[in-house]
Write a protein that binds this ligand. Structure first.
Ligand code: A2R
Length: 326
């Protein structure tokens, strides 16, 4: 490898890694996938590395790096992705072309877990609603209605991976009983294991979704799961919108089949169904799970580190393989 390879940055990185990247590569930046695939053939052929940063207003909900994209860059060797989820990348198509994909696991774990706990408290104790109540001048007219509680509740975690475990660790001192489901039992925890997503939903008072997106988990939380969660049940999603059947969720909330929801992920981000926006019992966040200066810079640093390792001919720290759900 030479140290002046040409690289393309799609979207943006945060903090110092931007400068580091421009020193390491002859760097071209475009703000979205459309302008990237529209680059002239001879320009596209020069890039051996692509970094996929934060594009537009957040998470990309289509498979943007697909075969057509990859065909535009015949000399591409690596695509370094900001974030853990690679549901916007066709990892198999890249692998078939000998292209390395990397992501940025671990560095976002604690931040997303913090957001998840904040969302849990906000949803159950209706904190945003109480804030709106006060600002609307309604307090002098009477007290804010009593809310649900965490006391004596069971938190069901769908996907006890890095983030799921960090959430569980935070939930324990709140007195929440923890139960989880994943395709495999986790050997390093003593929490109760539910044998299926449905068993988890039946058992949980609060259901937290932290599984990867993509085809395998699409609509995993469906109308039946929501019915099993029950009329006092709370659904929280801090992973990918596609994991929850959004239409079924809207119907379940409208018909009081579940009690409340907290969502940091949606099917067609940044577009959120009006029906959800209109509901008072729903907390809606614009996919801010890892959205702090500190963590986005750490994630950007991990993108840079992966690219630097590749540039030096070293093994990259965070390769993503076909079939490995991320
Ligand atoms: O199924 P397992 O035993 O491999 O556990 C993984 C679980 N998981 C699933 N659980 C049920 N049904 C599935 N089809 C399924 N697929 C995966 O999700 C694992 O415990 C968990 C994911 O954990 P990690 O790979 O450690 O990911 P991390 O860092 O916790 O992030 C989760 C997701 C990312 O993929 C992004 O979409 C978002 O949160 O940032």
């Amino acid at each position: 490898m030479t140290d002046n390879a040409e690289a393309l940055l799609i979207g943006r990185l945060f903090g110092a890694p931007n400068d580091q990247l421009s020193k390491l590569f002859r760097l071209r930046q475009v703000d979205d996938f459309g302008p990237a695939v529209s680059l002239p053939d001879d320009t596209a052929a020069r890039f051996r590395a692509v970094a996929v940063g934060m594009v537009g207003s957040g998470h990309v909900s289509t498979v943007a790096v697909n075969s057509d994209f990859l065909d535009r860059f015949p000399n591409l060797e690596i695509v370094a992705v900001l974030g853990v989820g690679c549901d916007h990348i066709d990892v198999t198509a890249a692998f078939d072309r000998g292209i390395t994909i990397t992501n940025t696991p671990d560095v976002n774990t604690e931040e997303v877990a913090d957001t998840a706990m904040g969302m849990l408290l906000a949803t159950v104790r209706q904190l945003p609603q109480a804030d709106r109540f006060l600002r609307a001048g309604r307090w002098p007219g009477g007290m804010f209605p009593l809310t649900g509680t965490l006391r004596g509740k069971r938190l069901g975690i769908l996907g006890l991976g890095r983030i799921g475990k960090a959430v569980a660790k935070r939930a324990e001192p709140f007195g929440l009983e923890i139960i989880y489901h994943g395709r495999n039992r986790q050997p390093d925890v003593s929490y109760a294991y539910a044998a299926s997503p449905m068993a988890l939903a039946k058992s949980a008072d609060i259901l937290m979704v932290i599984v990867p997106g993509g085809d395998e988990t699409r609509n995993l939380v469906d109308a039946k799961m929501l019915r099993a969660l029950g009329p006092e049940g709370v659904l929280l999603n801090v992973s990918r919108g596609t994991v929850v059947d959004e239409a079924a969720l809207i119907s379940a909330l409208e018909n009081k089949i579940i009690g409340a929801a907290g969502l940091d992920a949606f099917v067609h981000e940044p577009h959120v169904p009006e029906a959800l926006i209109a509901m008072e019992q729903v907390i809606l966040l614009p996919h801010i799970g890892s959205g702090t200066h500190h963590t986005r810079e750490m994630m950007s640093q991990a993108v840079f580190d992966n690219l630097q390792q590749w540039n030096k001919g070293l093994t990259v720290s965070n390769p993503v393989y076909p079939g490995q759900q991320t």
